[in-house]
Design a binder for this molecule. Structure first.
Ligand code: CO
Ligand code: ZN
Length: 331
């Protein structure tokens, strides 16, 4: 079940560079269901399901395991931790949030408005782990340890879930389910559960070089345009997965885009057209690998991206899975 898989994957600690708990969970979920499973030097988990077609193409489908975090830069004498962003942590969303380290140590994240600008700024961020002195804090946390928003799986209404790390564990869940359910499909599926996307698409870059795919596809969240003050992108939760036209990292290959629309039609799933003026996905790294790879991105609409409560609609995920099952057959 997509929702159960999602819940499992959302519970894992996994900031950029420390994705192994997520990789292990995916391995457990896919045990006995893949033709080949391996981990590369950077930590990308690569899972293959061979195709049966005579002219089978190799399709690399990537979903990143990492999520944004806060790395401890120093410890003050009063016991507060100073920290910097790992990936796109926004100062407006980080205050008064519960965070957790790999060790299970919890903390409260806080930014008090800057004296000069009166705005929250990352340089003023600190994490309060309840320590009363530097000595006490040093027994619990070291410089270089990374905190993430503490797991908080919340159902809202009948179809929506908010949680930290939805970017991009919802896509990891989708890719895992695709590898579970694809059976006798025409093309070779190489599922890449990638590392270090949030710090610059680094895992997907080496994975694409290694896999040498005929077609690339990234699965990721995209932004939303359906809350009171937000009208762009023209993407709504619950209106289906979105076929990316372009973002800052990539102009999607027309060929792959068309195949995605065809797959959606064959699956009877409504899809949205997505133009994102910012952001990027693993697709950008796959597309420019070696001599170039025709690449697209299928997106899950997500509200409040890079906050402690990123919200998706489960129906969009279910739709995306149906589209992917068609795509691996007809691409
Ligand atoms: Co992200
Ligand atoms: Zn992402």
């Amino acid at each position: 079940m997509l929702k159960d898989t999602l819940k499992e994957l959302l519970s894992c600690y996994g900031p950029s560079g420390s994705e192994h708990a997520v990789a292990q969970k995916v391995r457990d979920l896919l045990e006995g269901h893949a033709d080949s499973v391996r981990t590369d030097v950077l930590g990308n988990l690569i899972v293959e399901k061979f195709g049966t077609g005579k002219d089978a193409k190799t399709i690399m489908i990537s979903a990143h395991m990492d999520h944004i975090g806060l790395v401890v830069t120093s410890i003050e004498k009063e016991g507060f931790l100073r920290a910097a962003a790992v990936g796109g942590v926004s100062p407006g969303m980080v205050s008064a949030r519960k965070v957790v380290f790999a060790s299970g140590i919890h903390g409260v994240c806080m930014i008090q408005p800057d004296e000069k600008t009166d705005r929250p700024e990352m340089k003023n961020l600190f994490i309060d782990i309840g320590a009363e002195s530097r000595e006490e804090a040093e027994k619990l946390v070291r410089v270089g340890d990374v905190a993430v928003y503490a797991p908080d799986f919340t159902m809202l209404g009948r179809h929506r879930v908010a949680s930290p790390a939805m970017d991009d564990r919802c896509a990891c869940a989708l890719l895992a389910e695709l590898l579970l359910y694809a059976e006798g499909q025409k093309n070779h599926i190489v599922g890449v559960f990638s590392v270090q996307e949030e710090v610059g698409l680094r895992g997907a870059k080496v994975a694409a070089y290694h896999v040498e795919p005929d077609i690339g596809l990234a699965l990721d969240v995209t932004a939303w345009g359906d809350t009171p003050e937000t009208k762009l992108p023209a993407v709504r939760l619950g209106a289906g997965p979105a076929v990316k036209i372009m973002d800052r990292s990539m102009i999607a290959s027309p060929l792959v885009r068309e195949k995605l629309f065809e797959a959606a039609q064959a699956a009877g799933v409504a899809v949205q057209r997505e133009v994102l003026a910012f952001g990027g996905t693993d697709g950008g790294a796959i597309q420019t690998s070696r001599a170039g790879v025709p690449t697209g991105t299928l997106s899950i609409p997500c509200r409040y991206v890079h906050s402690a409560l990123e919200m998706i609609d489960l129906r969009d995920m279910e739709g995306a899975l149906k589209v992917l099952l068609q795509f691996v057959d007809l691409a």
